[in-house]
Write a protein that binds this ligand. Structure first.
Ligand SMILES: [Zn+2]
Length: 218
């Protein structure tokens, strides 16, 4: 597992549903489920990060098992900066969410796009023949602050704003590792697959947002 600066916040602790036994045993199962969930979430986040192996799901499965648990759910996309898992141990289940703090990662390309991302996007735009263009690439922290403030004004709620714009200091755009494309996003994705470009779309709700594949960034 990569050494990364991560932090875990516990989202929800569900009580045992099917476990029948001493109260202390149930409490112990819950505690072990939480430990297994924390471990799985951290492992998945590390593998999802730019320097990971790009397989957060299998990391979560593996680390849940190492802690005597079974992975029940994993909201984990390669390249995403947050993962959420549910792990079950002896009938007790627990959730954990691990968030990568991008400010702890060294910027891959200070002041611009990562050259590997730039190369892949250039190839994509050429192949796109005008049907795809670069809408937003590298952003300064000031620009990210403006975008987030705009979103807050538009949605009137910080949590809703977070769904659409990363908080300043947490965007892959600020690290030069993400681009937003304009034009036909589905055509762009077909070309990525056809040409074998090292790009991913980590967020299904933002089909225009492309990042460098974790394996390519590592
Ligand atoms: Zn984006």
């Amino acid at each position: 597992m990569s050494i990364l600066a991560l932090f875990v916040s516990l989202v929800l602790l569900l009580s045992a549903s099917t476990y029948v036994g001493e109260l202390t045993d149930a409490a112990s199962a819950r505690a072990r489920a939480q430990t297994a969930a924390d471990s799985a979430a951290l492992a998945a986040a590390a593998e999802s990060a730019p320097y990971g192996s790009s397989s957060p799901f299998s990391a979560a499965v593996h680390y849940a098992q190492l802690n005597g648990g079974v992975l029940r759910d994993c909201i984990c996309f390669s390249g995403a900066t947050a993962v959420q898992v549910e792990v079950e141990v002896d009938g007790a289940s627990a959730w954990a969410r691990a968030v990568i703090d991008p400010t702890k990662l060294l910027p891959a390309a200070p002041g611009g796009l990562d050259p590997r991302l730039q190369g892949a996007v250039d190839a994509l735009l050429v192949a796109g023949g005008g049907r795809i263009w670069l809408e937003s690439g590298y952003r300064t922290p000031e620009r990210q602050r403006e975008l987030w403030a705009d979103a807050l004004g538009r949605y009137g709620d910080a949590e809703l704003a977070d769904d659409w714009v990363a908080r300043p200091g947490t965007s892959m755009h600020e690290r030069g590792l993400a681009v937003d494309l304009g034009g036909d996003a589905e055509y762009a994705w077909r070309l990525v697959v056809e040409l074998g470009l090292p790009l991913t779309r980590p967020m299904s709700w933002e089909p225009w947002h492309f990042e460098l594949e974790a394996a390519a960034a590592g």
